[in-house]
Design a protein around this ligand. Structure first.
Ligand code: PMP
Length: 293
């Protein structure tokens, strides 16, 4: 169930410098962003009233904008402050934050040189992306028919709206077939990531292997989990990983702000049993974000 629609909720949204009533945070149908995907966004989490890695997310929003030629009209410090103000105003203790920046409606065509850049920040209570049952057994993925594009075909390191067109299509296709999510290969046919999360494999050498993020987001969670894995005595190898190597993987999990650390039980014909590594890193991540003491 989708719950209350996102345009019809109580609360306050920060838009272009100030908090306004939730339902008033609108934009015109002739906004450039809607037609040409000139938008970048973030996904951030609040745990126990504390925003996890806020500055990293604010910085990534600015960097994503820059990669699309959009200068976000706020500094990292201003975005951090605006985010904290929004969380406080909405009394969010455990929730999700969605900052977004987009080109406005001054021009309607491919060229958008004179469009203004807008920023909004919304937040809501949000417990878990995948249900606890799904997380225990491991989620089920199926390969997408789409691939992560080559780094010279799109601004692949930006968290840009346009790059999610194939994510929504892939996720829908997976859900229609009874799966939870989709696995993208990269343009060379090697393992890339899920539709909103990075992927890790525990291989027979006892090391964690994860694809080099050369054509997709080097997730903030991915970087956190690499650190936690090392702290817990696991070596992490970043390299190109072929799809067939899934046959040797002992444990598989995905990482993301929304997904946190979520075990994978199945990727098409390949099956995995979440074990010690998943358990250790779920626990370490929950501690790191302040979910548990
Ligand atoms: N890849 C994609 C496509 C994503 O949408 C996300 C979520 N932002 C990630 C990876 C993981 O990034 P992060 O850990 O920074 O949330």
């Amino acid at each position: 169930m989708a719950g209350a629609p996102f345009d019809d909720r109580d609360g306050l949204i920060w838009q272009d410098g100030k908090l306004i009533p939730w339902r008033d945070a609108t934009l015109h149908v002739l906004s450039h962003a809607l037609h040409y995907a000139s938008a970048v966004f973030e996904g951030v989490r609040v745990y126990n009233g504390k925003v996890f890695k806020l500055t990293e997310h604010s910085q990534r929003l600015i960097d994503s904008g820059e990669m699309l030629g959009m200068k976000i009209p706020y500094t990292v410090e201003e975005l951090d402050a605006a985010t904290l103000e929004t969380v406080k105003a909405n009394n969010i203790v455990d929730g999700y934050i969605r900052p977004v920046a987009w080109r406005g409606s001054e021009m309607m065509g491919v060229s958008a040189q004179q469009t203004s850049i807008h920023v909004a920040i919304a937040t809501w209570e949000w417990p878990s992306y995948f249900s606890p049952e799904m997380r225990k057994k491991g989620i089920r993925l199926t390969q997408s028919k789409w691939r992560r594009p080559a780094p010279d075909t799109a601004p692949v390191h930006a968290k840009a709206a346009g790059l999610y067109m194939i994510c929504t299509m892939s996720k829908h296709s997976a859900e229609d077939k009874g799966y939870d999510d989709s696995l993208f290969l990269n343009w060379k046919g090697q393992i890339a990531e899920a539709t909103g999360a990075n992927i890790f494999l525990l291989m027979p050498d006892g090391k964690l292997h994860t694809p080099t993020p050369d054509c997709f987001l080097n997730g903030i969670t991915r970087q956190t989990v690499i650190g936690l894995a090392k702290e817990n005595g696991y070596e992490v190898v970043e390299r190109e990983i072929e799809l067939e190597e899934l046959a040797d993987a002992q444990e598989v999990f995905v990482t993301g702000t929304a997904a946190e650390v979520t075990p994978v039980g199945e990727i098409d014909q390949y099956k995995f049993t979440p074990g010690k590594v998943c358990e250790t890193l779920i626990e370490a991540y929950e501690k790191a974000v302040g979910k548990t003491a």
